[in-house]
Design a protein around this ligand. Structure first.
Ligand SMILES: [Fe+2]
Length: 498
């Protein structure tokens, strides 16, 4: 059985022969050289982060110091190398077609079934059990939130305790729908792990980096990066830079994938090679027997807790294509007009979770990165709009080009299905008069959108009790007065009177 190589050929872009430390260093150097102004924040030295790359690849990885931990040529030998347990984690039904089938095989010190019974945790007013509850308000009004408060360090709020449901639709029971959350936290998840049975989490840090230990290994995710923790994968979040805040898009069905590129061609937008997956790393400093760990499970939007006497992060090796991953948004290769008129924002889609209706997403994750604006004879900001989809926007940093004020980092906005929105009055005035020389747009800024086909309701805490809804939001459009002028048939900007 002894073998120094994984049985499954390692098909990943990062070479499998170099020393892992060298890999980490060379990847960081390569990134810094390619993006001198956007170098990924350097993770703390206390943890070693090792990644393979390539969206959706079939990975094979063993923890450092445990060569041959992956069985050769089969998944479940009578006795696994090092006496490990084999366990399959299915991300799709067994029978899903090969192009979309997702599963991984985990080789662990004890199987994940070794825990005491789950007990339901008390209800949290910031959570939403059912988006159809009377307490959840469907509203056609434009909504905008000021940033939620980040707890002080002494409050000791861990990631799983600081989850706040903003809006959503559908239900995990039906495996149909989405939820949008904001997280705020000030303490590490210490001997606590969490997993979400309801769907995949797409996490967008806005303030503070996250050190995320997962069953598959470690991820370091800084603001301007994102990560996806697929359904069922256990994880624990530590806060290497102190208190944090960010956004989460949760999908109750399917998984995220890269959007088709159509006429763009084979390259562009988020390129597959820039998605990083953790190499196997287990929690070797926690006893396999006698430790006290709590596992939190979100199941049908209720939180449960179970204890176990060992670390759930005990996977020594794994192979497969179902795993968490991260992506640096500064790697996004944006496409835009070089002639005239603002394209639809779908051109900025990073990841999509498809619905069964062709071309319609359960949810898209869209970013508005730094870029050039060169369109001529055109109104350059996003256009006035009513949409068949719901649009939730957030801001990681900077100032969004279509909103002169009020939309600040850590805040959010929701423009529901057929709710009008668009540039506010100051932005319209500026963009109608500006000299159309090529200019940089959004330098130092990263706004994003969660766009969904679902008609969402808003949680009571987010809408009322948070006291963060900006009640004057609608007034930002009231200054858009009529410029209709029979003497300005040619559309001369000099004839506009502001
Ligand atoms: Fe829109």
């Amino acid at each position: 059985m002894a073998s120094n190589k994984p049985a499954v050929a390692a098909p990943v872009a990062v070479t499998s022969t170099a020393h892992p430390a060298a890999l980490a260093k060379s990847a960081a150097e390569a990134h810094a050289a390619h993006h001198p102004n956007n170098a990924t924040a350097q993770p703390p030295a206390a943890f070693t982060y090792r990644y393979n790359s390539g969206f959706g690849n079939e990975f094979a990885t063993e923890a450092e110091g445990y060569p041959g931990a992956l069985p050769v040529g089969q998944n479940t030998p009578q006795v696994c190398p090092y006496g490990l347990y084999a366990e399959q984690l299915s991300g799709t039904a067994f029978t899903v077609g090969r192009s979309h089938n997702q599963r991984s095989w985990l080789y662990r010190i004890r199987p994940s079934v070794c825990h005491k019974p789950f007990e339901k945790l008390p209800a949290n007013p910031r959570h939403v059990r059912n988006w159809s509850d009377a307490e959840c308000e469907p509203t056609p009004n434009q909504l905008r939130w000021s940033p939620f408060n980040v707890p002080a360090q002494k409050e000791k709020v861990a990631f799983h305790e600081g989850l706040t449901a903003i809006c959503g639709a559908g239900s995990p029971e039906a495996r149909s729908g989405i939820a949008i959350h904001v997280y705020t936290a000030s303490a590490d998840m210490d001997k606590v792990a969490m997993y979400n049975s309801d769907g995949d989490y797409l996490i967008v840090p806005q303030q503070g980096a996250l050190n995320i230990r997962t069953e598959m290994g470690l991820l370091y995710v800084a603001p301007n990066e994102i990560c996806v923790i697929p359904r069922g994968i256990r994880f624990a979040v530590r806060l290497p830079e102190g208190p944090v805040r960010g956004y989460i898009l949760e999908v109750y069905s399917g998984h995220f994938e890269l959007p088709d590129l159509g006429p763009i061609g084979a390259n562009g937008l988020a390129n597959p090679r820039d998605f990083l997956y953790p190499m196997a790393a287990f929690e070797s400093d926690v006893p396999n027997e006698g430790a006290s760990y709590t596992v939190i499970n979100k199941y049908c939007n209720q939180f449960w807790a179970a204890s176990m006497d060992h670390s759930p992060f005990n996977v020594v090796a794994w192979h497969g294509n179902y795993a968490p991953y991260k992506y640096d948004l500064s790697r996004f290769n944006a496409f835009n007009t070089v002639t005239f008129d603002h394209p639809d924002p779908s051109v900025f889609t990073v990841l999509t979770c498809k619905s069964n209706s062709p071309g319609t997403a359960v949810a898209d994750f869209v970013v508005f990165p730094p870029r050039w604006a060169v369109g001529q004879g055109t109104f350059r900001p996003p256009y006035a709009h009513r949409n068949a989809m719901s649009e939730y926007m957030g801001l990681i940093k900077g100032a969004y080009e279509a909103k002169a004020e009020g939309f600040v980092p850590g805040g959010g906005s929701l423009h529901s299905i057929m709710t009008p929105h668009g540039p506010d009055a100051p932005t319209f005035q500026t963009a109608s008069n500006v000299d159309l020389a090529p200019v940089r747009v959004a330098d130092g800024t990263m706004a994003f959108m969660f766009e969904s086909c679902f008609m969402m309701t808003v949680g009571k805490w987010a809408l009322e009790e948070s006291k963060k809804v900006q009640n004057d939001y609608y007034t930002h459009w009231q200054g858009l007065k009529a410029h209709f002028d029979v003497n300005n048939k040619e559309g001369d900007k000099k004839k506009l009177k502001f």
